[in-house]
Design a binder for this molecule. Structure first.
Ligand SMILES: [Zn+2]
Ligand SMILES: [Zn+2]
Length: 240
């Protein structure tokens, strides 16, 4: 882990006035140089109308959404989970490059301005107390707080993660769902009742975390739950 941190440290410079990817000096407020801007895996082509993942141009929905709609009413993401965005997300999480939260917030706000994600307030995917103490911060909370400055939606801290589900990657879909059952708790039900809530997270992978959170919020009385992530993993591999 230390090696990865050193590697990332070497390649990502911790200021706003250098390109977030290559470190070159820039003279704009885009956070990226002209060259790197062109390489960003923007999720702005055909997307699943429900979960927002990249799909083939002929599809309206991805295959997993066709099979099973989730408690999340709508999800969108700014990027596909590809290089260099995947590296930047890791740099934020594991190398403490907190300024990247601001970089991501700008891209998320562009998606938010599309108009589908209007909500009463925002919240974020929580970490367990132990995990957050270890990392020192919650990257999704940081991103939500930076986005709040841009879109004016308040961030409410209403969720608690009761148990660690970090080894999700080694489990199959069914085990993941079992593992996530009752993993989250709403700490302020009054705030949630009849509200449309926009949940912020870094990456949409299988979607089981988002689904578990949406179920928890809806059980607590939320009207609608939407999701906005920095990046999403395309689940349909047939189209490439
Ligand atoms: Zn660059
Ligand atoms: Zn979908």
């Amino acid at each position: 882990m230390k090696k990865i941190a050193e590697f990332l440290d070497k390649y990502f410079v911790n200021t706003k006035w250098t390109c977030a990817v290559c470190g070159k000096d820039i003279f704009n407020d885009e956070y990226f140089c002209e060259d790197c801007l062109k390489t960003l895996p923007k999720n702005d082509k055909a997307i699943c109308l429900h979960c927002g993942r990249k799909v083939h141009i002929t599809q309206n929905y991805c295959l997993s959404c066709k099979e099973r709609m989730t408690s999340v009413s709508l999800a969108r993401s700014a990027f596909n989970y590809d290089i260099p965005i995947s590296h930047l997300i890791q740099a934020l999480k594991y190398s403490g490059k907190k300024y990247l939260a601001e970089v991501f917030a700008k891209s998320l706000n562009e998606v938010y301005e599309g108009g589908d994600l209007t909500a009463d307030f925002m919240t974020f995917v929580p970490m367990t107390k132990a995990s957050q103490e270890k990392r020192g911060f919650n990257q999704s909370q940081l991103i939500a707080e930076k986005l709040s400055i841009l879109n004016g939606l308040k961030v409410e801290n209403i969720l608690e993660k009761k148990k660690d589900t970090d080894r999700q990657a080694t489990l199959d879909k069914f085990q993941r769902m079992l593992n996530l059952k009752n993993a989250f708790k709403v700490t302020d039900k009054k705030l949630v009742k009849n509200k449309t809530i926009l949940v912020i997270d870094d990456v949409l992978t299988t979607g089981s975390t988002a689904e578990s959170i949406a179920e928890t919020l809806k059980k607590a009385g939320a009207f609608r739950v939407k999701l906005l992530t920095v990046a999403s993993v395309a689940t349909d591999i047939t189209f490439e």
